[in-house]
Ligand binder design. Structure first.
Ligand code: PMP
Ligand code: GLU
Length: 391
């Protein structure tokens, strides 16, 4: 009964595990959840106030808005991209979406055809491969190495390119490894793309959660990268508003944005008018103090997680330089990350995500978007669990 294209993809494992863990917790089980990819902070007050005010003003939010978003939101995004990323986009080159996942979904739908190849460095965020497959295209995975901080290098990129390569996905800071690329590293990858028609999708959703070095937007590195890159961002992570569903894409190539607008006009139409109103203060810098606070807290937790795992026998990790995840190597305990994570949940009541979901077995992802007390207790449980582990 179901279409082949939907049979070919799997459900988001990050969401599936977090839902299961939340259900177990609701039933009264003492589960500690480190699988969630969402900040545990409340949405900043300036965002809530903007929406409350709009609700009280008659008609401000009851009508459809233009598909890409109101002029106010598009200008706010253009302002943000200029101020934070040194990227100059016209409002006609920007489109708001129902979260960054929706930006990627729209983009891949309008770009990819059967047999197109999409280069995805692994470990990768779980949805990239599935959306690519849904479009009938082929994910081409390049494994990165823990020894190089899970970063893609120019040689490996060069080797993966064929005449079918249509797109490459960059994600920095990375989910699940926290890897952050320097400007020079981006430039050397950009050099490889120079004489090709390959399009770059740059997923910058964890931008403001960069702990080491400066964050560099891919499109800002060279004129060539600016022309070939679609910058994708949103406020789910750095605005602490994942449930609001706000994302956007920007591209110097207006044809791509126009195609995405057309597709969106036949699917979601505009994103919620209220969400657009709420996002404006965040994009205009009115929540910078809240973001600074959140980032400092995440950085403290990152240091805590890194320090605590040093004392756990047979597990190791690369210090994450951004985002709020630790990608922990559990190969000495069990190469089968799914089995490891299932047993960890059933026996120690700790929810983490198996590395296999991110295209790399032998690891698990531990999200530190959770309070310190739970982190300390959770890593204690993991430590005891691995001591007595039997396959
Ligand atoms: N990209 C990455 C790397 C993510 O971790 C997420 C989290 N879901 C997204 C995109 C999508 O974010 P959202 O749809 O909530 O804006
Ligand atoms: N990005 C988050 C994660 O990786 C949220 C869940 C999802 O959309 O996959 O856990």
């Amino acid at each position: 009964m179901l279409a082949k294209r939907v049979k070919n993809i799997s459900e988001s494992i990050t969401i599936a595990i977090s839902t299961l863990a939340k259900e177990l917790k609701a039933k009264g089980e003492d589960v500690l959840i480190f699988s969630a990819g969402e900040p545990d902070f409340d949405t900043p007050k300036a965002i809530k106030d903007a929406v409350i005010q709009a609700l009280e003003e008659k008609c401000k939010c009851s009508k459809y808005t233009p598909i890409p978003g109101t002029n106010d939101i598009l200008e706010a995004i253009a302002y943000k991209l200029k101020k934070d990323n040194n990227l100059e986009y016209k409002t006609s080159q920007i489109l708001t979406n129902v979260g960054a996942k929706h930006s990627l979904f729209n983009l891949f739908q309008v770009l990819l055809e059967e047999d197109d190849e999409v280069i995805i460095p692994a470990p990768y965020w779980v949805s990239y491969t599935e959306i690519v497959k849904f479009c009938g295209a082929k994910p081409v995975i390049i494994n990165t190495d823990e020894k190089n901080g899970f970063k893609l290098n120019a040689n490996d990129l060069k080797k993966a390119i064929t005449n079918k390569t249509k797109l490459i996905i960059f994600n920095m800071p990375s989910n699940p490894t926290g890897a952050v690329y320097s400007k020079d590293e981006i430039a050397s990858l950009g050099e490889v793309l120079k004489d090709t028609n390959i399009i770059v999708a740059s997923d910058e959703i964890y931008e403001k959660l960069t702990y080491e070095g400066d964050f560099t937007s891919v499109a800002s590195v060279s004129e060539d990268l600016f022309k070939r890159t679609i910058t994708i961002n949103g406020l789910s992570k750095c605005g602490a508003m994942p449930g609001w569903r706000f994302g956007y894409m920007a591209s110097a190539n207006e044809e791509i944005i126009k195609a995405c607008k057309k597709l969106q006009s036949q699917s979601t139409s505009n994103i919620s008018s209220l969400v657009q109103i709420g996002a404006i203060p965040a994009l205009m810098g009115k929540t910078d103090e809240d973001i600074k606070f959140m980032k400092n807290e995440f950085q403290k937790r990152r240091d805590l997680v890194y320090a605590l795992f040093q004392d756990v026998e047979n597990l190791s990790l690369v210090k994450p330089n951004g985002a709020f995840y630790a990608f922990v190597n559990c190969k000495k305990i069990d190469e089968d990350s799914m089995r490891f994570c299932k047993k960890l949940l059933n026996e120690a009541k700790v929810a983490v995500v198996p590395g296999i979901g991110f295209g790399m077995d032998g690891y698990f992802r531990f999200s530190f978007a959770t309070d310190e007390k739970s982190i300390i207790e959770g890593i204690k449980r993991i430590s005891n669990f691995v001591k007595n582990y039997q396959i």
